[in-house]
Design a protein around this ligand. Structure first.
Ligand SMILES: NC(=O)C1=CN([C@@H]2O[C@H](COP(=O)(O)OP(=O)(O)OC[C@H]3O[C@@H](n4cnc5c(N)ncnc54)[C@H](O)[C@@H]3O)[C@@H](O)[C@H]2O)C=CC1
Ligand SMILES: O=C(O)C(=O)[C@H](O)COP(=O)(O)O
Length: 321
């Protein structure tokens, strides 16, 4: 096996592969040259994050590829079904970054509810009058405790988001396409744990009527999940965080409802036009923004690298057997 980790891999992952005798190339090959590089260097395993696109043309042009690995969760940059139809194994790391993403969701919620993002933008302007004006305008802040957290999508990230919400004393409502019940375990530092049973609803209207803080945690969808009709049914003063994918929320409608006051604040880690978010988003003080960093922690990347390496080593053993 020869691995090309085109968007990088953690040292721990790299070391695990090397120890198993697997050659790893960590070149960052530009998208237009990936096909030639794979064929010229007899690469059999292509590892990517979200930057490298693995579409039909690449799959067709690289008959030596045996495994495509996504260091992360969302595989919308890979033609997964097509690759599998050609006998290529496609793997990802489904839970390695869930906690990192969930923590970012709350980083944004707290930033929005306490104006931290805007504070950081405005603090460098000096003067007592300015300081006191900021203090006054930021007093319209809110606690999360006892408010209702609404989570759309109840997979691994959605469940981690709910757990943090419970720990903060929030009420919980979860929206899924069909109702389901999950038992979530909160683990504490002293080894104790508590189980919570959460049953989701598929009633969008009831969900929107209840939720004070909405987090979207679905994969990329073909249609907006939150568009004008949904915004209209939300509570006044709602906060929204999207760490899922650009395209699950209509960004133009979002700006309209921020301007009308219906949405008190929103945070985007992912964008319809990524990596060049639209200017009205970048300029809006009610938006807390981050450049797609949900899974971008040392901890998550370490787990991702190790999980990828373990899967590749296992597949290699199965092939040899
Ligand atoms: N911002 C970032 O850096 C990151 C973003 N992500 C995104 O988060 C997404 C979710 O990740 P996981 O929770 O691990 O995936 P998951 O597959 O465990 O859970 C997603 C859940 O959403 C549900 N779902 C799909 N469409 C829905 C809809 N219209 N309404 C309600 N529920 C719906 C699915 O049934 C599934 O239960 C990934 O697909 C990826 O796009 C993942 C990692 C990092
Ligand atoms: O796993 C996912 O899905 C993600 O969105 C990634 O964590 C973010 O993309 P990369 O930073 O891994 O390119």
């Amino acid at each position: 096996m020869k691995v090309l980790a085109n968007d990088g891999i953690s040292k721990a992952g790299e070391n695990a592969l090397k120890q198993a005798g697997i050659e790893i190339l960590d070149n960052r090959v530009a998208q237009d040259h990936v096909i030639n590089f794979i064929n010229d260097n007899n690469v059999t395993v292509l590892l990517v994050r979200s930057a490298t696109k693995v579409r039909q043309d690449l799959i067709d042009a690289c008959p030596g590829l045996k495994i495509i690995g996504r260091g992360g969760i969302g595989m919308d940059n890979i033609d997964v079904e097509y690759a599998r139809s050609k006998g290529i194994k496609v793997i990802n790391t489904p839970t390695a970054s869930s906690k990192s993403v969930a923590e970012l969701v709350f980083g944004h919620f707290i930033s929005l509810a306490r104006f931290l993002h805007e504070s950081n933008r405005l603090m460098p302007l000096e003067g007592e009058t300015h300081f006191n004006a900021m203090k006054k305008s930021f007093s319209n802040a809110h606690e999360l405790s006892e408010k209702t957290l609404g989570v759309i999508g109840f997979g691994s990230i959605g469940q981690e988001v709910v757990k943090i919400g419970i720990a903060l004393g929030m009420k919980i409502t979860v929206l899924t396409r069909s109702p389901k019940t999950e038992v979530l375990t909160l683990n504490f530092f002293d080894g104790q744990s508590v189980n919570f049973e959460i049953t989701s609803t598929n009633d969008m209207e009831a969900f929107l009527k209840d939720a004070d803080f909405i987090s979207i945690n679905t994969p990329k969808t073909n249609e907006y999940i939150l568009d004008t009709p949904q915004f209209e049914k939300m509570k006044d003063g709602v906060y929204i965080v999207n760490t899922a994918r650009g395209g699950v929320i209509n960004e133009v409608a979002l700006i309209d409802f921020i301007e009308s006051g219906k949405v008190a604040g929103a945070a985007l880690d992912v964008f319809e036009n990524e990596p060049n978010p639209e200017l009205p988003l970048l300029m809006n003080p009610a938006l807390s923004l981050s450049p797609h960093i949900g899974g971008n922690t040392v901890d998550a990347q370490e787990k991702i690298g190790i999980e990828l390496a373990e899967q590749i080593i296992k597949l290699q053993k199965e092939t040899i057997r």
